[in-house]
Design a protein around this ligand. Structure first.
Ligand code: HEM
Length: 410
């Protein structure tokens, strides 16, 4: 069996076509992934992706694979990415690295803040933030929508929710962007910055509690420090702020680019604003920013799509190819903002599936809805300032991020 190289320039520049080809080649493929010294399994088709993500025989923490030689993930991060040993744990002890009761314990601490009801309550504030940002955009020059709208909106929302002071948000934007680059050694500096920042903020917030998530988390930690450790507290804040803006920013950026390059869809959305929630759903499927999940490890031998994954082997669910799988979606390559989502079958898997299903999905969807509604109603003449083929994507594996989105507003 051939081994797919996930850093292959063809896959990096056109992941949709590349992964579609792989999906039709085989349901399960071997691949090499940066930082992973052994090959991984890639799961390419919709049904298999869902089954892997809801199968308890796949675990997120390789330490939970019975009898397997435990891979020290911290040591790996130190060796492969140059992360100082005392900081590696902040990347290995988060909610996405835990299974079973440990995972539930952390998820319960934060899930209340992200329920559909809490998110609906936040909507007016999200609309206000969006309106303020749109007001500030200049109409007499080219505007980079990624930098000037798609990023500031979610970063403001998540920082307000968590309780990161306004003055520090620009710094988080820089840390977030640096942490996602794959350049060797580039991870250490922003990681240390983020961790030290949170470590310093905690006592300040403890002394001056506020109506934010950080205050709630500090309380949970102080009341039961045995069950919610210092490391977990810092990792949770780090995860929420980074997961909460880096992804959503690119849903807004990719989605706006998709609409601007599909004038029929844009015109329809303008004519029928009630289609916005469906449009967000379709944009998540068609150009969602996250292409693969976190690694899963087989806790025992498991058959997936006719291939036996051996105990301890790593598996990645390919969201991007599942969301384009013609076995599940009619005419999957076509962007159709009125595509009817069928909630019973939970249409796309852009937010994952199963116990680790994105905690912030309702918030992200809402931010997308507010972002597109605001942008389209405010600027009827919104258009690309460059030819569509000039739009540049960041060359990162497993995600779709535009480097910029130059537009004219008026
Ligand atoms: C988990 C995507 C926005 C917080 C996930 C997963 C995906 C995902 C695919 C599952 C990963 C896996 O199973 O390996 C996205 C996308 C977003 C988005 C595409 C925006 C368009 C957000 C926001 C938050 C957030 C706004 C803020 C709270 C999380 C957390 C998890 C998660 C904490 C881990 C949940 C767990 O392990 O139980 N996200 N996400 N995400 N997401 Fe999001």
């Amino acid at each position: 069996m051939k081994t797919v190289n996930l850093m292959d320039p063809g896959l990096l520049t056109d992941p949709y076509r590349g992964f579609a080809q792989l999906r039709e080649e085989a349901p399960v493929l071997r691949a090499s992934f940066p930082g992973q010294d052994t090959p991984i399994w890639l799961v390419t088709r919709y049904d298999d992706v869902k089954s892997v993500l809801s199968d308890h025989r796949f675990v997120n923490d390789p330490g939970n694979v019975p009898g397997a030689e435990v891979t020290d993930m911290r040591e790996k991060l130190t060796q492969a990415r140059g992360v100082p040993p005392e900081y590696a744990r902040y990347l290995t002890d988060g909610i996405l690295d835990l299974d079973g009761d440990d995972h539930l314990r952390l998820r319960r601490l934060v899930s209340r803040a992200f329920t559909a009801r809490r998110v609906t309550e936040l909507r007016p504030r999200v609309e206000e933030i969006s309106a303020e940002l749109l007001d500030a955009l200049p109409t007499d020059r080219v505007v980079d929508l990624v930098e000037e709208y798609a990023y500031p909106l979610p970063i403001t929302v998540i920082c307000e929710l968590v309780g990161i002071p306004e003055a520090d948000r620009a710094q988080w934007r820089v840390w977030g962007a640096r942490m996602t680059t794959m350049e060797p050694g580039a991870l250490a500096e922003p990681l240390v910055g983020v961790v030290e920042y949170i470590r310093d903020l905690i006592p300040r917030r403890r002394a001056e509690p506020a109506d934010d998530l950080l205050t709630g988390l500090i309380r949970a930690h102080d009341e039961d420090g045995d069950r919610f450790t210092d490391t977990e507290l810092i990792t949770m804040v780090l995860t929420l702020v980074l997961a909460g803006h880096e992804t959503t920013a690119h849903l807004i950026g990719n989605g706006a680019a998709a609409l601007l390059t599909h004038p029929d869809q844009l015109a329809r959305l303008r004519a029928e604003p009630s289609l916005v929630p469906r449009a967000v759903h379709e944009l998540m499927r068609w150009c969602g920013p996250v292409h693969g999940t976190r690694m899963r490890y087989a806790a025992e031998d498991v058959e997936v799509g006719g291939t036996v994954v051996r105990r301890g082997e790593p598996v990645m669910a390919l969201i991007v190819s599942a969301n384009g799988d013609p076995r599940r979606f009619g005419d999957p390559d076509r962007l159709d903002i009125a595509r009817e989502p069928d909630s019973r079958r939970e249409v796309h898997v852009g937010f994952g599936h199963g116990l680790h299903y994105c905690l912030g999905a309702a918030l992200a969807r809402q931010e997308g809805e507010v972002a597109f509604s605001g942008l389209l109603s405010r600027f009827p003449r919104l258009r690309l300032a460059v030819a569509p083929e000039k739009l540049e994507r960041q060359p990162l594996p497993m995600s779709w991020r535009l480097a910029s989105l130059p537009v004219l507003l008026d």
